[in-house]
Design a protein around this ligand. Structure first.
Ligand code: NAD
Ligand code: IPM
Ligand code: MN
Length: 360
């Protein structure tokens, strides 16, 4: 007996800028091939639109996404023509903040030993997930400047940590263990909290206290703490001990690029921006990669795995598993882009995965 088949789901598609416009069509092709019962609507939010008519997010844009869609699939935002990056901030961080998508879930899985820059590391050795706080921290861009442009300039960038925000992300990490398994089929069972509480004592104090309090409610889950600098070192020396890592917004951003390196690079990494029960947003970890944009060079696997993650979130478990299996097979057979050693282009990889997914 499987879980009930989900009814038709409505997905907003926002390819955005640069390689976002190349990898998202591949992900869409694969979603269609999977047979998942979805209806998609494309949005043109991004640099082109901003440069054309000055719009970043149209009036009531976030309300529309939250009301009319079950999930959002986004590409990447950032364009050298928009020096301030204002559109990326308003669209991407806007979705995360204004839709309160507080849990940025970034799975870290090595699909094939050949993709990992570390010696002697197998897929079973890189199998963890980073749960990044997604609505607070230095990303709130609080603070200001004084005497800008003078020798006495002061720039203040504040790190906002609320009791509510810290509690819910730590709780999310513990609850994640109860619902997710590792590659070997066992439930996730260890939560590591990563901070810099030896230097940032105010925020660190709150995180430390919350972590201790909440962990007491989950006696079956073991806990650990690491300072972010030591964690970075450990991640490249031996990633095996990691299971679930919970951390703040900025540390989560940084360590997930590092972790993407363990998976074969940014082209392989998927993510979800989640608020349980609300319309959530899924996007690859990588950016718009301007130097390779428009050249059919971008690796679409991160976007395709992101689509699989979204389908799993929407209840299309079989379709999601099938897509993940096809990507794994593509990696094994070398049906890949150049960044991970293959010779195919973005579209050709997308075609191969879609065909494979459609065969079952
Ligand atoms: P980036 O992720 O775009 O690129 C970093 C490096 O990884 C580059 O060498 C790039 O060529 C490579 N790379 C990234 N994705 C790849 C893929 N799918 N296939 C092959 N190679 C890939 O990061 P960046 O260069 O620091 O930023 C470029 C722009 O993207 C900036 O405007 C930045 O703000 C934005 N950005 C957006 C997001 C997002 O929308 N989620 C994430 C990160 C960066
Ligand atoms: C990411 C990106 C964003 C972030 C940027 C584009 C603001 O790097 O999604 O990891 O820092 O969160
Ligand atoms: Mn990042």
């Amino acid at each position: 007996m499987g879980s009930p088949k989900p009814s038709k789901k409505r997905i907003a598609i926002i390819p955005g800028d640069g390689i976002g416009q190349e990898v998202i069509p591949q992900a869409l092709k694969v979603i269609r091939a999977s047979g998942a019962d979805v209806i998609t609507t494309e949005f043109d939010w991004g640099a082109d639109r901003y440069l054309r008519d000055g719009t970043t997010v149209p009036a009531d844009g976030f309300a529309t996404l939250g009301r009319d869609f079950d999930a959002i699939l986004a590409g990447a935002f950032g364009d050298p023509r928009v020096k301030t990056n204002i559109h990326a901030k308003e669209i991407l961080l806007g979705m995360r903040f204004k839709m309160d998508l507080y849990a940025n879930v970034r799975p870290v899985r090595l699909l094939d030993a050949a993709l990992c820059p570390l010696k002697g590391v197998e897929p079973k050795d890189v199998d963890f997930v980073v749960i990044r706080e997604n609505t607070e921290g230095v990303y709130t861009d609080s603070g200001g400047v004084f005497k800008q442009g003078t020798p006495d300039e002061i720039a203040i960038q504040e790190d906002i940590n609320t009791s509510k925000g810290v509690e819910r992300i730590i709780r999310y990490a513990f609850e994640y263990c109860e619902r997710h398994t590792k590659l070997d089929g066992t439930l996730r069972s260890r939560v590591l909290m990563c901070d810099k509480s030896n230097a940032m004592t105010h925020a660190g104090g709150l995180w430390q206290r919350m972590f201790k309090e909440i962990s007491a409610e989950y006696p079956k889950i073991s806990t650990q703490h690491m300072y972010v600098d030591a964690l970075c070192m450990q991640m490249v020396r031996d990633p095996r001990p990691f299971d679930v890592i919970v951390t703040n917004n900025m540390f989560g951003d940084i360590i997930t690029d590092l972790a993407a390196g363990l998976q074969g690079g940014l082209g392989m990494a998927a993510s979800g921006n989640i608020h349980p029960g609300k319309t959530s947003m899924f996007e690859p970890v990588h950016g718009s990669a301007p130097p390779i944009a428009g050249k059919n060079l971008a690796n679409p696997f991160g976007a395709i795995l992101t689509a699989a993650m979204m389908l799993g979130h929407l209840g299309f478990t079989r379709e999601s598993d099938r897509i993940e299996a096809a990507v794994l097979e593509g990696v094994r057979q070398g049906k890949t882009t150049q960044d991970i050693g293959g010779t195919l282009g973005t579209r050709e990889v997308g075609d191969w995965v879609a065909e494979r997914v459609g065969q079952h």
